[in-house]
Design a protein around this ligand. Sequence first.
Ligand code: NOJ
Length: 539
Amino acid sequence: MPDLNDPIQSAAEQPWWREAVTYQVYVRSFADLDGDGVGDLPGITSRLPYLRDLGVDALWITPFYRSPQHDHGYDVADYRDVDPLFGTLGDADALLARAHELGLKVIVDLVPNHTSSEHAWFRAALDAGPGSPERARYLFREGRGPDGAEPPNNWKSVFGGDAWTRVPDGQWYLHLFDSSQPDLDWRNTEVGDMFEDVLRFWLDRGVDGFRVDVAHGLVKEESLRDQVVPDREAGAGSMVERANTDEPMWDQPEVHDVYRRWHRVLAEYDGDRMAVAEAWTQTPESMARFVRADEMQQSFNFDWLLAEWSATAFAKVVTGTFAALADVHAQPTWVLSNHDVVRHTTRYGGGPVGLARAKAATLTMLALPGSAYLYQGEELGLEQVDVAPEHRQDPAYLRQKGTPQESDWVGRDGCRVPIPWAGDQPPFGFGPGHAQPWIPQPLDWGRLTVEAQEKVGAESTLAFYRRALAARREHALGSGDTVDVLTADAGVLALQRGGLTVVLNTGPEAVELPAGEVLIASGEVTDGLLPPDTAVWLA
Ligand code: NOJ
């Protein structure tokens, strides 16, 4: 029997994911071993020692399943096979085996809200026609208005335009994202059964967990009623910001039954298998519902990512997050960047200031109780790239381009530019030889490659991330599950976690530090002064 009063023993008994740092690999853009300009599974395997040396515990790999790639893999045509673009099932097995050999866990992406329109089920649904059991796996409906020529309701796609597309026999199908991503009907039991098989397929192969795409979207309000949108256009809203509080398409209570079922499936396997929710919820309380004891293990805390650069904004998120999670006895999951949002270096202003702030926010995050996710390239200090219009490939951008709703938004390609590993010109070691990557890399990335940063040594962003991850293991883990906000006044955030004090200066002036030994800082700390845009850990 474990003795839960013994701190050393109970730490050893903790599931691996509880305070894990997971590195997100965007498969298309991490490493291209076969030289076709697109990253692949053997490329990831070849770089696993880099991740081990960085000091992360796990990697999450974005979808590599068979897919026509309209949404770069988030449109799955076969959940049980690897797309030839990325390799084979044998390559996936080899990746898992090598990762485990190196002590790294592997989380794969699960896309249950929609399939690709090229999935066998959707093709069968089109062939079988209205009223068929094949159509009942999706959300097909008759249109409104004369001849049913109007969509069945007023919902808009997250990617822009109507959330409905009409098929030749006159019916419409729902797609909250691209028209090549038809939404499944999770009220149909066949859908749940199919996904349980998919979970087991990958669990049997040895994956340690799943990142669940659009976890808040699977079940829609049954009536598929109009969204109430006073004085503005109806919309599923952008993935990141949603203006409307009436959301019949999101966060329905029944969605949690799905995760209770998956919890039971995961629990049948050894090794603390887990799931992490991508749920853009409206409140910390609804985020917390995804990590109730019988549901998922983690849920991204997107409020942290959305917080502006300010001590009070960060303090509010920390306090609100722990308050919401206390009710469900779960720990937070922190994240600052991913493949859908502007990189945090750029969000915080770009250039040297943006980078200093990004490092400071990361260091603050890594001190907090719970788990954390890093996005590939942030350890190199990469910024959002201004991708030229002719190279943009994000379907969310392409759906809006040339429409009356077109905005200044340039899509998500800018955070998906392939990683610079070595050399002084593109492809910077992303692939062999001169094969150019699927999105062009900036010509000046030679100074940001892993190779160049290793030459620079301790001053590089890469060296800082390695130090920060080591410091987390040494000083933050085991410092307790709670954190107190000591102050968030005058631009200075001070947090206390056990014996560890974290101070983050978001203001314009240097501030005096309290007494204590400096364990690590994100910038230069001299004479007891913490410069602007810098964070420090004190003991
Ligand atoms: C969230 C994913 O992170 C994003 O990249 C994708 O476009 C949508 N879900 C739709 O699957």
